[in-house]
Design a protein around this ligand. Structure first.
Ligand code: ZN
Length: 289
C-alpha cells in the first residue's frame, strides 16, 4: 500500500488500539515494547538534533538528545517510533521545530506521533468539554505533555464543531488543521497563504497586544466563503521562531447550506479523515431552512 496521510493515521490508530492506553500523559514504554525498541540518551547530538534511530540484531534503538526538555524527548521518541513502524527514512536536515521546509515523511511522522501522544479516545472527551480558546489548548497540552502546536492541530482535527487551528511561520500558513465539520462543508483555508491582513494573527504578529478572541469576517481566512457571517479568531505570536498560532471558530449555523456548498474538491479532502474520526461530515439531524 502506498503511503498517504490516511494510511499513516490508520497505522497509528492500529498501534494505539493494540496498546490501548487508558491514562495520560500516555506512557511511551508499551509502545516501545510493541515496536521492539529501546531508548538511549545521547549527549553529543547538536542542539537542533532531537534524535535518530537505528536497527541492530532485530532491535531498534532510538537515540534522543540528552539535553532536550522532557516534553521534547517524549515527542522525539514517538516521532522515531513512527519512522520505525512506517519504515520511513529520516530527513532531519532542517530544524524540527520549523515547518517551512519540512519534508512530507517528517510531517507524516509528526502526525503519527500526535496520534499516539493524544489518543482519540482519551483526548476527544476533553476537547468536547472545553470552550474554544488557546488557553484550553494550552491546558490540554500540559495535561497530555504534548507541545502546544501538536495539541492545537489535534484539537481541531477531533473537535465536534466548526473550528480550525492555524500554524504559521514567517507570516505564511504552514499547517491549517480543520475540524471534520469544516472539512465536510468544504471550507477551504489555503496552506501557504499569507496571514490575512486585518486578521488577529496578522495584527499580533505586527506587535499588537490583543487579548482573547475577536469577531472577524470569515472571508479573511476562507477562500471559498462568498457570503456574510462572523468568525471568531484568537492568536498568539512567538517572535523567537516567528511562529503564529491561531484558533478560528464559528457557530454551526454560519456554515453554508449543503446545497450551496462549494463542490470543488481538494486533494487533501479526498482522504476520508472525517469519516475516520467517526463523525459524519454533516449531522443527520441538521434541519434545512
Ligand atoms: Zn524524523
Amino acid at each position: 500500500m502506498a503511503l498517504d496521510e490516511l494510511s499513516v493515521v490508520l497505522k497509528a490508530r492500529q498501534l494505539v488500539n493494540e496498546v490501548s492506553p487508558t491514562i495520560f500523559p500516555v506512557d511511551v514504554n508499551p509502545f516501545l515494547k510493541q515496536a521492539n525498541a529501546v531508548v538511549k540518551e545521547q549527549g553529543d547530538l547538536a542542539e537542533n538534533e532531537p534524535g535518530w534511530s537505528f536497527q541492530s540484531n532485530g532491535k531498534h534503538y532510538i537515540c534522543i538528545n540528552k539535553f532536550d526538555n522532557a516534553e521534547r524527548k517524549r515527542f522525539t521518541v514517538f516521532h522515531e517510533l513512527a519512522h520505525i513502524i512506517l519504515g520511513l527514512p529520516s530527513d532531519h536536515s532542517s530544524p524540527t521545530w520549523s515547518y517551512a521546509k519540512k519534508s512530507i515523511n517528517e510531517i507524516w511522522c509528526d502526525i503519527f506521533a500526535a496520534e499516539l501522544l493524544l489518543p482519540y479516545n482519551l483526548f476527544k472527551p476533553f476537547v468536547d468539554r472545553s470552550d474554544y480558546s488557546l488557553d484550553a489548548i494550552g491546558k490540554l497540552a500540559m495535561q497530555f505533555e504534548a507541545s502546544f502546536t501538536a495539541t492545537g492541530s489535534r484539537y481541531a482535527a477531533v473537535a465536534a464543531g466548526p473550528c480550525a487551528f492555524i500554524l504559521a511561520e514567517k507570516g505564511i500558513v504552514r499547517y491549517p488543521s480543520r475540524s471534520p465539520v469544516l472539512r465536510g462543508a468544504r471550507i477551504w483555508i489555503p496552506p501557504k497563504m499569507e496571514l490575512p491582513m486585518g486578521s488577529v494573527s496578522a495584527r499580533v504578529r505586527n506587535g499588537k497586544a490583543i487579548d482573547g478572541a475577536e469577531e472577524i469576517d470569515p472571508e479573511l481566512w476562507i477562500a471559498n466563503w462568498n457570503r456574510d457571517g462572523v468568525m471568531l479568531e484568537e492568536a498568539r505570536h512567538f517572535p523567537k521562531r516567528d511562529q503564529t498560532l491561531a484558533l478560528l471558530w464559528l457557530e454551526e449555523d454560519e456554515l453554508p447550506e449543503p446545497g450551496l456548498r462549494d463542490r470543488r474538491t481538494h486533494e487533501e479532502e479526498e482522504q476520508g479523515l472525517a469519516e475516520l474520526d467517526g463523525i459524519l461530515p454533516w449531522p443527520g439531524k441538521r434541519r434545512r431552512r
